[in-house]
Design a protein. Structure first.
Length: 94
């Protein structure tokens, strides 16, 4: 997933994940770049939602913008032994 706006050097990014259909989102530790790549995908991650909050530097004086959530759809036909093959990470683009 990736989100970009304004002058890239001054922007801050925080990625969030929902495991309950978007009712609540929790910050993903260490996910502070313009894109986020999921860990290995499992069937249990079906319908997880991801969104990004973009701020304008440390002060966020101009405010923050939060992307629309991207929903992870898992096709069980691609799952082997409960996981997607590790050679196929998923980068989410919003």
């Amino acid at each position: 997933m990736s989100a970009t706006a304004g002058v890239p050097d001054t922007l801050t990014y925080k990625w969030y994940r929902s495991i309950n259909g978007g009712v609540s989102f929790a910050e993903i530790s260490g996910a502070n770049l313009a894109s986020y790549t999921t860990p290995s995908i499992t069937n249990a991650m079906k319908d997880y939602q991801y969104r990004c909050e973009v701020g304008n530097g440390d002060s966020n004086a101009l405010g923050k913008v939060t992307s629309t959530a991207a929903i992870l759809y898992v096709n069980p036909n691609f799952i082997t032994n409960g996981n997607l093959p590790s050679t196929n990470p998923v980068t989410i683009v919003s």
